[in-house]
Design a protein around this ligand. Structure first.
Ligand code: ITT
Ligand code: NA
Length: 180
């Protein structure tokens, strides 16, 4: 089976390839994200739209993720992409370093659509915000520390084993296997 991962983010595709048995191809397309604070609703609608945009053939997946900083009331959350582009991760660290509580979580919703079914899978990982370390991964990985290492200090496999995306992909893989 072959899956089209509809995303502008090659880092996500690398992680999914490392994880899933299915062949994963990237369809570099910015699907419309509805305005909502519900990641699952955004991803489910996005997957449906992306499947049509991709021509309605192979099943597609999309992934909507966010970084939620407790001491900032969950910010940037659904605005994570915008905040990475505008503030950048150094300035997110500058914002958080003055807080006593630096706990944070990554959340990810992976949505699958094949024209008949839309199904969502979620994953979450907790950690804390630290000064940037490490050269791997992407996005906020250098400032997100989990059990002593930032995600940018881990290899893809080690990150997948504990990450929000890895957990969502694990549920997807299990669901796909049950359907075969
Ligand atoms: P697509 O929507 O095209 O898939 P995107 O990068 O815009 O790509 P999101 O909206 O889901 O994806 O991402 C929200 C932000 O969170 C964005 O800045 C990502 O770089 C970042 N992000 C998502 N997953 C991450 C991860 O595993 N590690 C670090 N940063 C991550
Ligand atoms: Na996006």
């Amino acid at each position: 089976m072959s899956l089209l991962f509809v995303t502008t983010n090659a880092g996500k595709v690398r992680e999914a390839r490392d994880y899933l048995d299915a062949a994963v191809e990237q369809f570099d397309y910015d699907y419309a994200e509805i305005q909502s604070d519900d990641l699952a609703a955004i991803a489910a609608r996005g997957a449906h739209e992306a499947h049509e945009a991709a021509g309605g053939g192979d099943p597609v997946i999309v992934d909507d993720s966010g970084l939620f900083v407790g001491g900032l009331g969950g910010f940037p959350g659904p605005y994570s992409s915008y905040v990475e582009d505008t503030l950048g991760i150094e300035r997110v660290w500058e914002l958080v370093r003055s807080l006593d509580d630096r706990a944070a979580a990554f959340r990810s919703v992976v949505a699958y659509a094949d024209g008949e079914t839309v199904e969502t899978f979620t994953g979450e990982v907790s950690g804390r915000i630290v000064a940037p370390r490490g050269a791997g991964g992407f996005g906020f990985d250098p400032i997100f520390e989990h059990e002593g290492e930032t995600f940018a200090e881990m290899g893809t496999e080690a990150k997948n084993a504990v990450s929000h995306r890895g957990r969502a992909l694990a549920s997807l893989a299990e669901w796909l296997a049950e359907r075969e």
